[in-house]
Design a protein around this ligand. Structure first.
Ligand code: TMP
Length: 206
């Protein structure tokens, strides 16, 4: 592999993507790859401050203000971490990225999806995910996994999270080459086995 690559992990809150992204990191490192694990929002520095606002600010937040804060975090993250790491030949694993904005602010909040895609492109420039996993689980199960201590986004309600889930499935239908849906209703080991199969066929091609 001459150039690095960029793999994103997506899904509604409680889908188990963070656990799977860490298992994939461990698996890739054991296989000899240089891997960077990161997340959005709030990988480091300024991003962490934006994350705090997004998840814990307790006043009203206009939907487009919310979108721009996620996008601001993304622009900083791409420039300071993702782009340099991919260009240095590393595999970057990112827990949430552009598809979260389409699923949450687009399908969830109802903001214009074409506009959000345009803004995502402005924030990311020429770096796009090479592979995206969407962990799909029923909204009821996902909400149970989240538990009772919810942040601002997790508190948005069952109907909102159902729209987010459908949004992800819609994204996957539009881009089946890049976006792979994994059934995340199963236990962690089975989900990881399914994830590894997709990962391996991707790695065989690059
Ligand atoms: P997480 O780090 O626990 O996944 O929490 C991040 C929350 O932010 C989660 O509820 C999804 C939400 N989110 C958006 O609404 N839009 C975005 O663009 C991103 C990256 C996250």
């Amino acid at each position: 592999m001459k150039k690095g690559c960029f793999i994103t992990f997506e899904g509604a809150d409680g889908c188990g993507k963070t656990t799977q992204s860490k298992l994939v990191q461990e698996y890739l490192e054991k296989s000899g790859y240089e891997v960077i694990w990161t997340r959005e929002p709030g990988a480091k520095g300024l991003g962490q401050k934006i994350r705090e606002l997004l998840l814990h600010y307790d006043g009203d937040v206009a939907p487009m203000c919310e979108a721009f804060l996620f996008l601001a975090d993304r622009a900083q993250h791409i420039e300071h971490l993702i782009k340099p790491a991919v260009n240095a030949g590393k595999i970057v694993i990112c827990d949430r990225h552009t598809d979260s904005t389409i699923a949450y602010q687009g399908y969830g909040r109802g903001e214009d999806i074409q506009q959000l895609k345009y803004l995502n492109n402005l924030a990311t420039g020429d770096i796009k995910p090479d592979l995206t996993f969407v962990f799909d689980v029923s909204t009821e199960v996902a909400q149970k996994r989240v538990g009772s201590e919810k942040d601002r986004m997790e508190s948005a309600g069952l109907e909102f999270h159902k729209k987010v889930r459908q949004g992800y499935l819609e994204i996957a239908r539009h881009e089946p080459e890049r976006v792979k849906v994994i059934d995340a209703n199963n236990d962690i080991d089975k989900v990881f086995e399914d994830t590894k199969k997709v990962l391996q066929s991707f790695l065989d091609l690059i």
